[in-house]
Design a protein around this ligand. Structure first.
Ligand code: SAM
Length: 247
């Protein structure tokens, strides 16, 4: 059998792609891409000439069958999305399930994903987090979802949001969690106009309310309780000295 490779691609900066990803994209028999025109730019940049076929949300089930047939015949296929890691708020899940059910080998070539990139950059607690995918477009649904975050005292919550809905989402956050809850907004990660805003919901409304919000957005909401006290330098050194030495 051939292998299905889930290959992560850049979320903005074309250089954010691993050597292994480039090799696999060149070596496989076929690359299934969310938008072939979009992926063509990446292919041209790196001189990749592997045949491309489309696999997007609305044809994933049908296309998946064809890909499963090819894998069963011994062909290798890579799945990529427009940006980041396939199957994370992108097509991939159905195909992975199908391959697993058929006993076909699946592996991953890890790389960028906006959720992890935004979390690392946010300055909000990272020890525990919950990725909530896209916030619902409808305010009543969004508010119901955000209300559930009221009692979230341990984990940072991470949402994908469309730029034209950011202000509405922040307004709903103020209604449900209050204006003092701490948030971060990561915009245009790894791109020329990368921005990380960190402050209260009220401050975010003032900051982004001033003009039209553009670009790709990740919204992060800090846990309800205050961030755990940061370890002082003295405490960190004491802990380090107390640790057993490596042999
Ligand atoms: N599979 C992708 C991943 O691994 O992150 C996510 C794809 S999802 C369809 C696209 C959403 O991811 C955008 O609407 C935005 O919320 C977020 N996103 C992707 N690239 C981003 C970037 N460069 N900066 C900020 N957010 C980004």
């Amino acid at each position: 059998c051939g292998t299905l490779y889930l290959v992560a691609t850049p979320i903005g900066n074309l250089e954010d792609i691993s050597l292994r990803a480039l090799r696999i994209l060149k070596e496989v028999d076929l690359v299934a891409a969310e938008d072939t025109r979009h992926s063509r730019k990446l292919f041209n940049h790196y001189g990749i000439t592997t045949p491309l076929t489309s696999c997007f949300e609305h044809n994933e089930a049908r296309k998946g069958e064809r890909i499963v047939e090819l894998l069963a015949q011994g062909r290798s296929v890579a799945l990529i999305s427009d940006a980041g890691t396939p199957a994370i708020s992108d097509p991939g899940y159905l195909l992975v399930c199908r391959c697993r059910d058929e006993g076909l080998p699946v592996t991953v070539v890890p790389g960028p994903s906006a959720v992890i990139t935004a979390l690392a950059l946010s300055g909000l607690p990272t020890a525990r987090f919950a990725f909530e995918g896209f916030l619902p477009a409808k305010s009543s649904h969004r508010r119901a979802l955000l209300a559930a975050a009221r009692g979230e005292t341990e984990r940072t919550l991470v949402y994908y949001e469309a730029p034209h809905r950011l202000l509405a989402a922040l307004a709903d956050l103020r209604e449900e969690l209050g204006g003092e809850r701490r948030v971060a907004v990561a915009r245009e990660l790894t791109k020329l106009h990368e921005e990380l805003f960190r402050g209260t919901v009220e401050e975010a409304l003032a900051h982004f309310g001033a003009g039209r919000v553009r670009g790709e957005i990740v919204l992060l909401v800090a846990p309800a309780e205050a961030e755990p006290e940061r370890e002082s330098l003295e405490e960190a050194l004491a802990r380090w000295h107390a640790a057993p030495e490596c042999s």
